[in-house]
Design a protein around this ligand. Structure first.
Ligand code: G4P
Length: 288
């Protein structure tokens, strides 16, 4: 199927500018909180982040965990823990996990808070930069946790125009990413998974191809959810034929008795994105 795959255009110049801006502000940052989509914890990351943030303490926020598979999310948390990174499941719709985030940041940086205290800098807050590729829910996270408490720019040292600081409490300030971080678009699977979740526009990739990729994952990891939604299915069929069967079951037949696979593909993608099929994680630790 490789010849059917398509790539998404992106602009390396934007990434270079963002890298430069992050590097500039890094000296006054205490930690980095990276928001990722818990359904695609691999594809929703920026491939260069580790190199950009050097040795800064790093926390991963597995956002949209309300849509992900709770078991898979737990596996990811354990996976990151084994790699020395704290990962916290959050849900910015309900606000779940936001207190755990605040507690964990303070815990991870407790030496720093103590040293501020020893040096008589009691009021000095921890500064955390929030990063994430578009659509992972970075703005939702900041809005939910900070409310309307945007910090006054003139009080922030080392702040260039356009940087957005938010006061969370006396001990914690957040900075929104100064720029846009991009995913690893040169990897076809990354583009496809981002499109399946709706993080990039449908029109960029072919709906039938995306639906087939989704079906391949569902048939392997979530066959019960698939049959619960669409009835008995023959999983020995390839993804295109399976799509045809699902379309037929939904009465998506065009003149001549053929299945309208494009309509079936759009229906499947929409039902996945609206969580009609269930809580599904597309990328598992076994793929890491
Ligand atoms: P960004 O700043 O990283 O680009 O993302 P943003 O906050 O704009 O969120 C992108 C989409 O993801 C939004 O949906 C937002 O509501 C949704 N979202 C963010 N966090 C969560 C979460 O924890 N759970 C769920 N289920 N959804 C989340 P949208 O369709 O673009 O807008 P709308 O539905 O809010 O109108």
């Amino acid at each position: 199927m490789a010849e059917n795959r398509q790539t998404i255009q992106w602009f390396p110049g934007h990434m270079a500018k963002t890298k430069r801006k992050i590097k500039e502000i890094l000296p006054i940052i205490d930690a980095v909180a990276e928001v990722v989509d818990a359904r695609i914890p691999l594809s929703s990351r920026n491939p260069d982040l580790k190199e950009i943030i050097e040795n800064k303490p790093h926390i991963i926020l597995l956002n949209k965990c309300d849509m992900a598979d709770a078991n898979a999310t737990k596996e990811w948390i354990d996976f990151y823990k084994a790699n020395g990174i704290t990962a916290i499941p959050i849900d910015c719709k309900s606000g779940k996990g936001l207190n755990a985030f605040k507690d964990n940041v303070k815990l991870a940086l407790k030496d720093k808070l103590e040293s501020y205290k020893e040096k008589g800098m009691v009021g000095k807050p921890l500064r955390v930069m929030v990063v994430g590729i578009p659509n992972v829910g970075k703005s939702s996270f900041i809005n939910k946790i900070a409310g309307r408490t945007r910090a006054k720019a003139e009080n922030r040292p080392g702040v260039t125009r356009g940087n957005q600081w938010f006061t969370i409490d006396k001990q914690l300030e957040l900075l929104d990413t100064p720029g846009v971080l991009w995913p690893k678009f040169e990897d076809e699977t990354v583009g496809e998974h981002l499109a399946v979740t709706g993080a990039v526009k449908d029109q960029i990739l072919d709906a039938e191809l995306l639906a087939m990729r989704l079906l391949e994952i569902l048939a392997t990891d979530y066959p019960d959810l698939l049959t619960a939604r669409y009835g008995e299915l023959d999983f020995s069929l390839d993804a295109y034929d399976l799509l045809g069967v699902i379309g037929k079951k939904r009465g998506m037949v065009i003149r001549g008795g053929e299945t309208d696979t494009l309509r079936a593909a759009n229906m499947l993608l929409e039902e996945y994105r609206n969580q009609k099929i269930g809580n599904i994680t597309l990328e598992r630790v076994k793929n890491a």
